[in-house]
Design a protein around this ligand. Sequence first.
Ligand SMILES: [Zn+2]
Length: 206
Amino acid sequence: MASEVDDGAQDLDIESPDGFARAEDGFQRLWTPHRMVYISGADRPRHEGAGRECPFCRAVDADDEAALVVHRGTHAYAVLNLYPYNPGHLLVCPYEHLADYTDLSAAQRDEIGTMTATAMTVLRTVSGPHGFNLGMNQGGVAGAGIVGHLHQHVVPRWSGDSNFLPIVAGTKAVPELLADTRGKIAAAWREMAEATGQDTPPEGTG
Ligand SMILES: [Zn+2]
């Protein structure tokens, strides 16, 4: 059953829930259709190659806002995870398409380490997490979703942020939109880099 709503600007057809079959219970529903993209693997590259197939290579040349990049260094950059465990879940990646930690140069490893520490400081400024999970999964068997391009997870944690949902429903509630999170973190990172004089412009990219 549809009812007409006229707000003066546009006509909208809004379906009333009254006409739908239901058997009510005491549960709340959290609708997260965006998770299906991840579960179905639609965005996941089919091979381990560099280039357009790799989301971490695509982000190297992409617009910061569109790619959710929060900071760019000389050898590495920090980007919001499209499928966050928590708001502000960052990934620190080398620009170069390298899979294994042992493949990285000393300079790449140094910057990924430094950027990870800076990411923690920035996230503490933005959202005051009580703790962090840091780490990288090496190889598909270890849980890496994108196996070809190394990425260090920086996951902010709060007391009580873990509940039954991920366990029983494979679902994680994330209460902030990615564009908003990116804007806050990128601005805080920029401010901190300016204040400490630690800003490092990207190499060869504009
Ligand atoms: Zn790549």
